[in-house]
Ligand binder design. Structure first.
Ligand SMILES: Cc1ncc(COP(=O)(O)O)c(C=O)c1O
Length: 468
């Protein structure tokens, strides 16, 4: 009944990442109304600084009322014809992007293409850069939505670049080359490599060395680099954020071929905590890519009303400076609360400095080093413990036992409840483990005793033997 595209399952909606959301929806935690419900820790949403935006809006009522200097701009916005973006909005966006990068990178508003969130921006870019059956390299673990955004409708293949815990999941030249060779063996033409910097799910920023490897690799293979930088404003600790464009500028690559093959994807969903506003963008130094993605972006535009509102918010430089600083401070505090809470239960996290989540090492809680054991633990976590955390397998992680745990989409109180639940679970597991171990030890000493009695009995002469 449906087209093959609509019914093909490469969308990835069956992954435990999305299943966890459904389980949460059926039984959502509420401090008063449903205190035993599931706590949503699988959603990378930033709710920590809403009060700052709301307070700004209260002080600037004209903006919400679609007024300028007291006069209504409703008609102007309702009839706005340049669907590809208000010039004033694009100007504010590039200034904001530069500010996040410490003004080390300058952005030209003419190279910016608006899209309905980074979801739409990523897909649009892939539509422009690759044909069906061609491949994009993607370091693991990666954001589960990429199966939908990069692959589903475009028909492009994702070839994972396997990264490992032994070096903190850093991207190496060896891993890039290995993935490239694997793609070639599969007869897939590699068109580019996509990175997420800062990483979702790792919560880490890329090192200069990693960025250098990527650029060198892209030059050698003559391929594109897409840098998804949607979490760039969430960096709350050192080392600071280095954009791929900054790394390329440091190598004086502005006038070389690779400069036009580097593209950035950004959105206001994470940094400003506005995923519902659907504001995303592509930034590229390649005029052909800008032209093609502008045409494609007609299928996912940002409403002029949203653009108007956010132009005003971003134009308030005092507000954006204060917001960025305060938001990062709050994220850092919240992350520390999660890390120390987990530590009390004997659970460690990958050292992180960005993002709205931690990458948590639960390998010691697995019954075996397998994906099945990871899924079993995930099931226990969601259904018994009541925490929707996301298993590493949904991020295509190569090692079982890692989980992404979000910390910025809930109140402090809810996070405390979550930490208590984890502590109880670990204590229960340790207790059950001890009972199991004691039982096994007792059973084995009992069976040893029985066996030695039996052997003794067999080897001792039977006093009645000759009477039979
Ligand atoms: C790495 C990454 N890219 C893109 C997106 C999608 O963002 P948006 O809400 O702007 O579409 C997400 C959302 O979680 C993400 O983590």
């Amino acid at each position: 009944m449906l087209s093959s595209k609509a019914s093909c399952n490469s969308h990835g909606q069956d992954s435990s990442y999305f299943l966890g959301w459904q389980l949460y929806e059926n039984n959502p935690f509420h401090e008063v109304e449903n205190p035993t419900g599931i706590i949503q820790m699988g959603l990378a949403e930033n709710q920590l600084s809403f009060d700052l935006v709301e307070s700004w809006l209260r002080k600037n009522p004209d903006v919400m009322e679609l007024k300028k200097g007291g006069e209504s701009v409703f008609r102007e916005l309702a009839l706005f014809q340049d669907y590809h973006g208000l010039p004033t909005f694009k100007n504010e966006l590039v200034e904001y992007m530069a500010k996040i990068r410490g003004n080390k990178v300058k952005f030209d508003p003419n190279n910016l293409v608006l899209a309905a969130g980074a979801t739409s921006a990523n897909e649009t870019l892939i539509f422009c850069l690759a044909d069906p059956g061609e491949a994009i390299l993607l370091p693991t673990p990666y954001y589960p939505g990429f199966d939908r955004d990069l692959k589903w409708r475009t028909g492009v293949e994702i070839v994972p670049v396997h990264c490992w815990s032994s070096n903190g999941f850093r991207i190496t030249m060896f891993a890039l080359e290995e993935a490239y060779e694997r793609a070639q063996k599969l007869n897939l033409k590699v068109k580019g490599v996509l990175i997420t910097n800062p990483s979702n799910p790792l919560g880490t920023t890329m090192t200069k060395e990693e960025l250098d490897h990527l650029i060198t690799f892209a030059v050698a293979k003559n391929i594109h680099v897409i840098s998804d930088e949607v979490f760039s404003g969430t960096v709350f600790d050192s080392p600071g954020f280095i954009s791929i464009l900054e790394a390329a500028m440091d190598r004086n690559l502005e006038n070389t071929d690779v400069w036009s093959r580097i593209h950035i994807v950004y959105s206001l969903s994470k940094d400003l905590g506005l995923p519902g506003f659907r504001v995303g963008m592509i930034y590229s130094n390649n005029k052909t890519v800008v032209g093609a993605s502008t045409k494609m972006s007609s299928f996912g535009l940002v409403s002029s009303q949203t653009q108007y509102l956010l132009t005003n918010v971003l134009a308030s430089k005092r507000f954006t400076s204060k917001y960025m600083k305060e938001n990062q401070k709050r994220l850092k505090k919240r992350k520390e609360m999660l890390v120390s809470g987990l530590k009390k239960s004997g659970i460690e996290c990958l050292k992180s400095n960005a993002g709205l989540f931690c990458w948590v090492d639960m390998r010691h809680l697995l019954s075996s080093n397998t994906l099945e054991a990871e899924t079993k633990l995930w099931n226990q976590m969601v259904c018994d413990v009541g925490l929707n955390i996301s298993p590493g397998s949904s991020f295509h992680c190569s090692e079982p036992g890692w989980f992404r745990v979000c910390f910025a989409n809930m109140s402090r109180g809810t996070l405390q409840v979550a930490m208590r639940r984890i502590k109880d679970f670990v204590e229960r597991s340790n207790f059950m483990g001890r009972i199991k171990m004691n039982y096994q030890q007792n059973m084995s000493s009992l069976s040893r005793k029985l066996l030695s009695n039996w052997v003794r009995k067999l080897s001792s002469p039977d006093p009645n033997e000759h009477e039979r």
